[in-house]
Design a protein around this ligand. Structure first.
Ligand SMILES: [Zn+2]
Ligand SMILES: [Zn+2]
Length: 467
């Protein structure tokens, strides 16, 4: 007991600092995420850069009081969810196509020969329609993570329409709401807090209150003529592509029915559910290296099915980055496609988060993990092993140093802003090298914190194994 007390006290500061770091991030993000009824370019841009707000999970005391007074209205809104009417057209498509695919595909393959060209088109269309959603609807239109030449934009738009996931207006509006209200049971259209089935596809089967989009969050899209046409004639486009175009390709390949079953039906169902995994499984299984303020996870295995979008924890924290798998070795074919097209001049202004900011988020999470490990060890109340005590000292020491690095970094950022504003602005290039040097030093320090923490974790793991 005495040992626990002795260990607990010095860490109070650290624990508070980590918590207050959260509060700071939360307050800042709340401030930047206030949506207004009317939009201008700046507001739309802010909404694209915003951090997720998980206010109901991380409510402060005052917010909790406010929540309890709103309990009645929340109950009413929960009641609306139970009474939501069926969304007939999407529900029919989403229920009928997987059942039809599960019955017809094996029967067809068993009784017919499907030629290699049909399989080839199936593979090509799997890639095209899948990547059109991730590179087109998602990273280009929802997050404005890069700019695309009209050829690329329209090619991705056609592929996204082929994928039958709603018009760009609906998809993007819903997705921006998902980021803004992630995990909120009442506001997030595919809240993972409502369970696997709801977040996977249940949210589309009924007209839930959270699924009603009013397009106020897509002012950048509603003025786009091509997207207006896609939205207005969406049903026609979908039928023309999924039935008309597929049958025509089948006719060219000399196998209309085989193409309709494999390229039409099977491809559609697989593409649907691979995308749906991002909203369901990517909010359930995997690691959280960048933030634990929402349920989004990084998962290599899911990245394979989702064309790189399995690194969803990173994406929810740094949503405007054109990469989801941010490390060079992470499997993210959507990122490779966008970067590859930029070499050809077909995409441009690829937006990225700088390495120091990314590492900073990782180090914050390492400190949290260390704190949890210390809390678990000290909560038992029995004597704390010597290795754990020294681990705790190391973490405390490292945290103090880290706080200092962050302070230096903030001061440097403030200095840069000041320089840009003042009379130095036109002579900024003269001090640029110096600033670059200072930023590089901060990055080095943060990398050192990262590796020191890794070493500390390794040593405690080793002593745990030895015990
Ligand atoms: Zn998500
Ligand atoms: Zn997103």
């Amino acid at each position: 007991m005495i040992a626990k007390k002795a260990l607990g006290l010095p860490l109070k500061g650290l624990r508070f600092a980590i918590k207050s770091g959260d509060t700071l991030i939360k307050t800042a993000s709340t401030q930047v995420t206030r949506f207004k009824t009317r939009f201008d370019e700046n507001k739309a841009k802010n909404s694209l850069d915003e951090m997720p707000v998980a206010k109901r999970n991380y409510a402060s005391v005052s917010e909790q009081t406010e929540l309890s007074t709103n309990a009645d209205s929340i109950d009413m809104r929960e009641f609306e969810f139970t009474k939501a009417p069926i969304n007939w057209i999407p529900a029919t498509i989403l229920v009928a196509t997987p059942i039809a695919a599960a019955i017809i595909t094996p029967w067809y393959l068993f009784t017919h020969q499907v030629s290699a060209p049909v399989w080839g088109v199936f593979g090509a269309f799997m890639v095209w329609t899948g990547i059109s959603i991730t590179a087109g609807y998602h990273r280009l239109l929802s997050h404005r993570a890069y700019k695309a030449h009209p050829i690329v934009k329209n090619f991705l738009l056609l592929g996204s329409t082929f994928a039958v996931q709603g018009s760009a207006f609906d998809w993007v509006s819903g997705h921006r709401t998902h980021h803004r209200h992630v995990d909120d049971r009442l506001e997030d259209p595919y809240s993972a807090k409502r369970g696997f089935f709801f977040s996977h596809m249940g949210w589309m089967l009924r007209n839930y209150p959270s699924g009603k989009f009013d397009y106020k969050n897509i002012p950048d899209l509603t003025k786009d003529r091509t997207l207006q046409i896609q939205h207005k004639y969406y049903g026609l486009w979908v039928a023309a592509l999924n039935v008309g175009a597929v049958a025509a390709i089948g006719w060219l390949l000399g196998d209309v029915w085989g193409t309709l079953v494999i390229v039409g039906l099977l491809r559609l169902v697989l593409t649907h559910h691979f995308t749906f995994f991002i909203n369901s499984l990517c909010h359930m299984f995997g690691s959280r290296p960048y933030t634990d303020t929402n349920t989004a996870r990084d998962n290599f295995f899911l990245a394979i099915f989702t064309w790189g979008e399995g690194y969803h924890n990173y994406h929810h924290f740094f949503q405007y980055d054109y990469r989801n798998g941010v490390k060079w070795w992470q499997y993210d074919p959507t990122k490779w496609l966008i970067a590859g097209l930029s070499k050809l001049g077909l995409t441009s202004e690829l937006r990225t988060v700088d390495d120091t900011t990314i590492k900073h988020a990782e180090v914050q999470m390492q400190f949290k993990a260390a704190q949890q490990q210390i809390d678990t060890a000290t909560s038992s109340g029995i004597d704390i092993p010597h290795a754990m005590k020294s681990f705790q000292d190391r973490i405390k020491f490292e945290y103090d140093a880290f706080t200092q690095t962050v302070e230096e970094w903030q001061a440097l950022k403030a200095k840069t802003i000041e320089l840009k504003k003042t009379e130095f602005a036109d002579r900024l290039h003269e001090v640029e090298d110096e600033l670059k040097n200072d930023y590089a030093k901060i990055e080095e320090k943060i990398l050192a914190h990262n590796s020191n923490l890794k070493t500390a974790f390794r040593s405690i793991d080793k002593s745990a194994k030895a015990a």
